[in-house]
Design a protein around this ligand. Sequence first.
Ligand code: ZN
Length: 168
Amino acid sequence: MTNQLEQLYQQVILDHARSAHGRGLAVADAAGHPHGESHQVNPTCGDEVTLRVALSADGRTTVEQVSWDGQGCSISQASLSVLTDLVTGRSAEEAEQLGETFRALMASQGKGLDESLEDALGDATAFTGVSQFPARIKCALLGWAALRDALAKAGAASATQDLSQEES
Ligand code: ZN
């Protein structure tokens, strides 16, 4: 990776950490929209998050709102902000898919992914450099773990399937 690209990536992470999108837990939806909440901790770094997701009530399980409250390093907080931007307005299935793609990026050891996959990730590709540092990967994945869990609790079909696969 060129130094210039690395600097750009660092800037994206710092900007999101400074002005994080989705921060501040939204109150549970009174209109009866399906919603789920997840609390995740990354003990190796001290990052912590409570994330809420609200789905549309029309049976199409669109991610209507993501909100969260967290503390920790700038990588964990920036990743939550980027995640909020990426999945809001997508179907729960697309949100799951983005999570899978991001997990693949974090397993790439700094190499990154195919361009088409990186395009889908948008600002989240700024975390490519993080995947070179095993100790920090969990920081970047904290929010995505919370999202997967919250989607499952909200009853999103694909998320529930994923969980049952892991249990078997
Ligand atoms: Zn961290």
